[in-house]
Design a protein around this ligand. Structure first.
Ligand SMILES: Nc1nc2c(ncn2[C@@H]2O[C@H](COP(=O)(O)OP(=O)(O)OP(=O)(O)O)[C@@H](O)[C@H]2O)c(=O)[nH]1
Length: 596
C-alpha cells in the first residue's frame, strides 16, 4: 500500500488532460510506442471525433522513484460541465489530483469548480501550468491566478507541456512526493467502492472499483451491499491498457471484477462490494444523487423497437450513471422514455451512443427543465414534460429552477455579457477582477434560459473568451405558460413547450415559421398553428406538393426509380409520422433554434 498512488487529472475543457495523460503513459512505458496513439484514453469513437473526454478512464502505471517501485492508478476525467458527475466519482477513488491550467488561457470556470470539488474531498492538489510551449503562454500572470485559487506557493506549480513532453518527470516525482499513499486496513473486512461499470455482451457486466479496506481474491464470494446480491469473483484484475487478470487485488488499489452479471439493474455505481463471509459493517458513503437539468423524451423511430430501446437504455445507464429515465407515453409518438440529462451536450451524446453502440434510431423531443406546479387544491406537482402541465385553471402558481452562473471573461466583454444575461431574465450578483484583464461575474438566471443556446451565444459575443459554470440554487415563482402546436388542427403533444409568458407570443410566431421551414412538403396542405390554451396566437401554411418524385423519371428506368425510392427511405430515418404529417427530428428541436 505504501507504494500506491491514486490520482486524477482535472481541468477546464481543452486544457490538455488527455494529451498529458498520453505523455505520462509513454514515459512510464505503460504503452509501447507501437500502441501509442493520440488521446489514448479517449477510446470511444465519439470522444476521438469530437476531441472531448466524455467518460473517466482508469489506467495503472509503474514508476520507479529513487530506486523504489511505485504503482500509480491514473484517472483521466472529462472537462465539460455536463460531465462533472464523472469527475466527482473519479475524485472519490483518489487521494490526489493534478490540476492543469492552460498557460495561454488562465483559470476558467471549470478550473474553479473542479478545484473546489477535489479540495472539498480532501485531495492533495498538484497545480500544473500546462502548454508552456505556446508562444501566447502568460506564465507569470497565470501563476498568480493559480496561487490565488489554490493557496499554494509559486514554487509548487509545475511547468509542463503535454505536447512537447516538458515537465513529465517532475509531475511523476511530485505524485510520489506529495500525494499520500492510500490508507485502509488490508486485514479488515472488504469494502470496495464501485465507481464505474461497463456492459460487455460476452462476459457480463464489468465492475470498476477501488478497495478502501480488505483484500479481494479470485474466487471469493462477494456481496453488493445495496442490492444484497451475491456473486463469485470469477475474474478480478487491474486496468492497464487492457484488463489484466490477477489473483488478488489489494487495499488502496483500483481494479475490475467480472462475475457474469447480466442484469444492468444489479449494478449500482456508488455501491460497496464486501465479502459474504465477514462482511463489512457498513457501506462506504456513496455518491450524491445526480440532479438532471434537462428532460426530453426519447422514442424509437420504429414503434416495434420499444423493448430494444429499453434494453439499450439499461445497458447505457451502466456506463453512464448520470442518465436517468422512466417510461412515458405520448399521444403523438406512442411509447418511449422521459430522460433526464445533465445538459444539452449530455443529451446529444446519449442519443449518439444509443445509435452507435446499440444500433437504435431514435427521436428526441423538445427538451425542457423541471417545473413545480402549485395547485389551487392538493399537493404540488413536478413537471418534466410540457404534456404533463395541468389545466391552467387549477394552477395557483408555477416555480422554475434558477441557477447561479459563474462567467469568466475579458473586461472588454463585460457589457455584452451583462446584456445577454439580462435578456435571459438574469440578475447580476457579483463582479470580481481576477487580474486587470479578466473578470469573474456571478448571475442568477432561470435554468431554462441557460441550458439551451446560452453558451453558444456567450461564446459568440465574447469571441470565445468566456467560460461558464453553473449550479442549481433552487426554485422561484415565474409566469410560465404552455405553448401548444397543432398540425392540421391536431395538437402534437411532443412539440409543446413551456415558456415564459412575456416571450410566448414572439416564440409562438417564430416557432410556426421555423416549423414551416423544417417540415417536409406533402401532397396536401399543412396548417401549423401555435396556441396558448384555446387561443391561437400564430399560423403558417405549408403548400401542397404538386409533383411526385417519381415523375422525374419519365416512367423509364426501373433501377433509377428504385434508387430514388431507396434514397427517400434513408431520408426517412429519424422521422415520425404523426397523423398524416411526417415530422423530422430537427422539427422537434425547432424551439431551441428560435433565437439564432
Ligand atoms: N501547444 C500545446 N497544445 C496542447 C498541449 N496539450 C494539449 N494541447 C492541445 O490542446 C487541445 C486539447 O487537448 P486535450 O488533451 O484533448 O484536452 P482535454 O483537457 O483532455 O480535453 P477534454 O477532455 O475534452 O476536456 C488539443 O488540440 C491538443 O493538441 C500542450 O502542452 N501544448
Amino acid at each position: 500500500m505504501e507504494n500506491i498512488r491514486n490520482f486524477c487529472i482535472i481541468a477546464h475543457i481543452d486544457h490538455g488532460k488527455s494529451t498529458l495523460a498520453d505523455r505520462l503513459l509513454e514515459f512510464t512505458q505503460t504503452v509501447s510506442k507501437r500502441e501509442m496513439q493520440a488521446q489514448l484514453l479517449d477510446d470511444m469513437d465519439l470522444e476521438r471525433e469530437r476531441g472531448i473526454t466524455i467518460k473517466s478512464h482508469a489506467i495503472q502505471m509503474n514508476y520507479v522513484y529513487q530506486g523504489k517501485p511505485y504503482v500509480f492508478n491514473l484517472i483521466d476525467t472529462p472537462g465539460h460541465v455536463d460531465f462533472s458527475y464523472e469527475v466527482s466519482r473519479s475524485i472519490a477513488a483518489c487521494e490526489g489530483a493534478l490540476l492543469l491550467v492552460d498557460a495561454s488561457q488562465g483559470i476558467e470556470a471549470q478550473t474553479i469548480s473542479n478545484f473546489f470539488l477535489a479540495w472539498g474531498n480532501n485531495l492533495t492538489i498538484i497545480p500544473v501550468l500546462n502548454k508552456v510551449d505556446l508562444p501566447g503562454a502568460m506564465v507569470e500572470e497565470v501563476k498568480d491566478e493559480v496561487v490565488d485559487l489554490v493557496g499554494c506557493d509559486r514554487d509548487d506549480i509545475i511547468h509542463a507541456s503535454g505536447k512537447e513532453g516538458i515537465g513529465i518527470e517532475d509531475i511523476l516525482n511530485a505524485v510520489v512526493e506529495r500525494i499520500p499513499a492510500p490508507k485502509g486496513d488490508p486485514n479488515g473486512p472488504l469494502q470496495a467502492l464501485i465507481f464505474d461499470s461497463v456492459f460487455n455482451s460476452f462476459r457480463g457486466i464489468e465492475v470498476i472499483f477501488r478497495i478502501k479496506n480488505g483484500t479481494l481474491r479470485k474466487g471469493d464470494k462477494v456481496k453488493f451491499m445495496a442490492t444484497g446480491k451475491e456473486y463469485n469473483a470469477d475474474e478480478i484484475g487491474i486496468l492497464r491498457l487492457d484488463k489484466e487478470p490477477r489473483d488478488v487485488v489489494h487495499t488502496g488499489d483500483v481494479g475490475y471484477l467480472i462475475s457474469g452479471i447480466k442484469q444492468a439493474k444489479e449494478v449500482k455505481v456508488g455501491d460497496t462490494i464486501t465479502h459474504v463471509e465477514r462482511p463489512a459493517a457498513e457501506a462506504i458513503k456513496g455518491f450524491e444523487d445526480v440532479k438532471p437539468m434537462v428532460f426530453a423524451g426519447i422514442y424509437p423511430v420504429e414503434t416495434s423497437e420499444y423493448e430494444d430501446l429499453r434494453d439499450a437504455m439499461e445497458k447505457l445507464q451502466l456506463n453512464d450513471a448520470s442518465l436517468v429515465w422512466e417510461p412515458e407515453t405520448s399521444a403523438a409518438l406512442g411509447f418511449g422514455f422521459r430522460c433526464g440529462f445533465l445538459g444539452m451536450l449530455h443529451m446529444e451524446i446519449v442519443q449518439e451512443r444509443l445509435e452507435r453502440e446499440f444500433d437504435m434510431t431514435v427521436i428526441t423531443t423538445v427538451p425542457s427543465v423541471q417545473f413545480t406546479c402549485y395547485m389551487t387544491k392538493g399537493d404540488p406537482i413536478t413537471i418534466h414534460a410540457p404534456a404533463d402541465m395541468p389545466d391552467p385553471n387549477n394552477i395557483d402558481h408555477i416555480e422554475e429552477p434558477f441557477i447561479k452562473a459563474q462567467i469568466i471573461t475579458k473586461t472588454e466583454y463585460v457589457g455584452p455579457v451583462i446584456a445577454l444575461c439580462m435578456d435571459k431574465r438574469g440578475i447580476i450578483k457579483n463582479q470580481n477582477y481576477i487580474t486587470a484583464e479578466r473578470v469573474e461575474m456571478t448571475f442568477e438566471i432561470p435554468l431554462s434560459e441557460v441550458v439551451f443556446d446560452f453558451f453558444d451565444r456567450l461564446k459568440t459575443i465574447s469571441r470565445g473568451y468566456a467560460s461558464l459554470d453553473y449550479e442549481l440554487i433552487g426554485y422561484r415563482e415565474s409566469t410560465m405558460v404552455k405553448l401548444d402546436i397543432m398540425l392540421n388542427g391536431d395538437k402534437v403533444d411532443a412539440l409543446s413547450a413551456i415558456v415564459h409568458r412575456d416571450k410566448a407570443y414572439e416564440w409562438g410566431k417564430r416557432l410556426c415559421e421555423k416549423l414551416r421551414e423544417l417540415l417536409p412538403r406533402q401532397m396536401f396542405e399543412i396548417a401549423i398553428q401555435a396556441a396558448i390554451g384555446q387561443k391561437i396566437i400564430a399560423r403558417e401554411t405549408i403548400k401542397a406538393l404538386r409533383k411526385n418524385v417519381l415523375a422525374k423519371c419519365y416512367g423509364g428506368d426501373i433501377s433509377r426509380k428504385r434508387k430514388l425510392l431507396e434514397k427517400q427511405k434513408k431520408g426517412k430515418k429519424r422521422m415520425r409520422q404523426v397523423g398524416n404529417v411526417e415530422i423530422p427530428q430537427e422539427a422537434f428541436m425547432a424551439v431551441l433554434k428560435l433565437e439564432s
